[in-house]
Design a protein around this ligand. Structure first.
Ligand code: ADP
Ligand code: MG
Length: 255
């Protein structure tokens, strides 16, 4: 059975895309079959895998508005064991265009349900908002993985996110669960990072991953080369952290 994980947090710049790319790549490295679905008009997950977001004919947008098929838009084997449904700025218009569509919250689910059986994991990278695209991702997903940046306002907005997840569970996807929280951009040199981790642990009842992603310059560089961290710099602290996170995600799946 496959597991579908939406990586979501309505804050921008907290490490969603970095986590979607590198967790997926590390799952693939461990032999899992992975489909990555980019649902952010910024298309950073797409370019992070080396796919030219400015020159693709079919993306998640064409899929969602019914202008292409899954076969048209899936980019197979961007790395070994990992395929991608790309996104680009075209998707920015989707929110308005989908307003009148029947069951607009289920558009993505109807598509992904047709192919999820071919994959061990489907990882969906969400945009930095709680809009119809994020709702589509949460309706499709089994779980939501929440990256939390180790900075002072880490908990801000989290209750809103949890509220949205609860609403989706009540109205659209009764099986949706919170996969867990993963701390990102942890800086061991500052007390602040440690305080944030302690504070979130004290205030959150959700599963918190033991793997903490360090602030690591290699993680910031890798996307400009279009290569995930485990291939770009296999021995970096960032690669090790995402491998460990992949182990934990697999372990959770098996239990
Ligand atoms: P989001 O998808 O939540 O907006 P990103 O994953 O795009 O966030 O990260 C925002 C910025 O921070 C990017 O420039 C990214 O390269 C950088 N970044 C993310 N995680 C790390 C990390 N652990 N160490 C260093 N830089 C990071
Ligand atoms: Mg992003």
């Amino acid at each position: 059975m496959s597991r579908i994980i939406a990586v979501s947090n309505q804050k921008g710049g907290v490490g969603k895309t970095t986590t979607a790319i590198n967790l997926s790549a590390c799952l693939a490295e461990k032999g899992k079959k992975v489909l990555v679905v980019d649902v952010d008009p910024q298309g950073n997950t797409t370019s992070g895998f080396g796919v030219d977001k400015y020159n693709i004919e079919y993306t998640i947008y064409e899929l969602m508005v019914g202008e292409c098929t899954l076969e048209d838009c899936i980019v197979p084997n961007v790395i070994e064991n990992l395929s991608l449904i790309p996104a680009n700025v075209n998707l920015a218009g989707a929110e308005i265009e989908l307003i009148d569509v029947d069951e607009k919250e289920y558009i993505l689910k109807k598509q992904i349900d047709k192919i999820s059986k071919y994959y061990d994991f489907v990882i969906i990278d969400c945009p930095p908002s709680l809009n119809v695209l994020t709702v589509n991702a949460m309706t499709t997903a089994n779980t939501v993985l929440v990256p939390i940046q180790c900075e002072y306002y880490a908990l801000e907005g989290l209750s809103q996110l949890i509220h949205t997840i609860n609403l989706v569970r009540e109205r659209l996807n009764e099986e949706l669960e919170i996969e867990g929280v993963v701390f990102t951009m942890y800086d061991a040199r500052t007390n602040l990072s440690l305080q944030v981790v302690e504070n979130v642990k004290a205030n959150l009842e959700q599963n918190i991953y033991k793997s903490i992603i360090p602030r690591n310059v290699r993680l910031a560089e890798a996307p400009s080369h279009g290569i995930p961290i485990n291939i770009y710099e296999p021995k970096s602290a960032g690669a090790e952290a995402y491998r460990y996170l992949a182990d934990e995600v697999i372990e959770r799946e098996e239990n």
